[in-house]
Write a protein that binds this ligand. Structure first.
Ligand SMILES: [Ca+2]
Length: 330
């Protein structure tokens, strides 16, 4: 009798522990914000995100463009549709300023993808205002539950912060973010100092977000993704028709023979799985120091910003990331 009581206690304890584990592995509610086009690591980042969605680790709430180039939203939809999620909300910037930047590759892969794969929106400017999409999506989510991952410019996040109450929420943008967002994870800036593309393409927006964003921001700096080369296995995948393989094949052939740097994938990985398995961190404050978008870094225990520091060697990170990039639609 005593033995069976002990057994029941052990089983109860096991179920309780398992229950906790299930709670811990609840999917992350994610909004993804990208400049997809000037570079193609965004394609790898979106593939990684969909792979983790297929294994139940992330719930993709919206995929937004921070870039006004007309091909970006069609390309985002090509990837969402390819991975069987054609109805994820999209949006693009409508404010003054911001930038429109297309691929710097000779082969215009951002034209090839919409030409060859299904999508709904013909051009980026047809998509709704990203700041409005943020407000609609955020207001419908539980408090302190949303992770935002940005791998492009800070245009939309600046626009969101500056919004006022509307049909979705009486709160200002800043108040809405403070209430609903758990953290922002961003591929941006250089550490301990730098002048990085995602910051300087819209310097005024970066400045507003770095100074006014009310939650923690985790930065995957330029130096983190620079050392991680991926894509060689992607172009060898034995698949008939894949926009991921097509983008990487077109671009790697132009000179990235050892693979492409994987800046954006690191931010998505950390946004969904946390930094602990992969990176050490340092707390502090990132500051835009001039109008050309240079940044510095001041370490401090009280800082709202966190920077990633390499822990797992870059070659191992490349293997981890590229395995996700080989994921096929389910
Ligand atoms: Ca990017």
């Amino acid at each position: 009798m005593k033995k069976s009581f002990l057994w029941i206690c052990l089983v109860t304890l096991f179920v309780a522990c398992t229950g906790n584990q299930i709670d811990k592995s609840e999917p992350v509610n994610l909004i993804f914000d990208t400049d997809l086009g000037p570079d193609y690591d965004d394609v790898g980042a979106m593939t990684l995100m969909h792979a983790l969605a297929d294994s139940g680790q992330v719930n993709i709430l919206a995929t937004l463009s921070s870039n006004k180039d007309e091909r970006v939203v069609p390309c985002i939809e090509v990837l969402n549709t390819y991975f069987k999620r054609p109805n994820i909300p999209v949006g693009a910037p409508k404010s003054e300023g911001g930038v429109s930047l297309t691929s710097w590759h000779k082969v215009k892969w951002t034209e090839a993808l919409p030409a060859n794969y299904p999508h709904k929106t013909a051009k980026t400017s047809d998509a709704p205002d990203a700041a409005k999409v943020y407000r609609q999506v955020l207001s419908a989510q539980p408090d302190n539950s949303v992770v935002i991952c940005t791998v492009g410019f800070f245009t939309n996040l600046k626009d969101l912060l500056l919004t006022e109450g509307d049909e979705y929420s009486p709160l200002s943008g800043r108040e809405l973010v403070a209430k609903k967002v758990k953290r922002l994870v961003s591929m941006a800036a250089g550490f301990p100092e730098g002048r990085e593309f995602n910051v300087y393409c819209d310097t005024p927006a970066s400045q507003v977000v770095f100074e006014q964003w009310p939650t923690e921001i985790v930065f995957s700096g330029f130096e983190i993704g620079k050392a991680i080369l991926t894509g060689k296995k992607v172009i060898q995948m034995d698949v008939e028709k894949s926009p991921v393989k097509e983008a990487y094949s077109l671009c790697l052939a132009e000179g990235d023979f050892e693979g492409r740097m994987s800046w954006d994938q690191t931010a998505v990985l950390v946004a969904i799985k946390g930094y602990e398995p992969y990176y050490s961190i340092e707390r502090g404050t990132v500051r835009v120091v001039n109008e050309k978008g240079a940044n510095d870094w001041t370490p401090s225990e009280q800082g709202k910003h966190i920077r990633l520091i390499e822990k797992v060697p870059a070659t191992e990170m490349a293997t981890i990331i590229e395995n996700y990039m080989l994921h096929q639609p389910m």
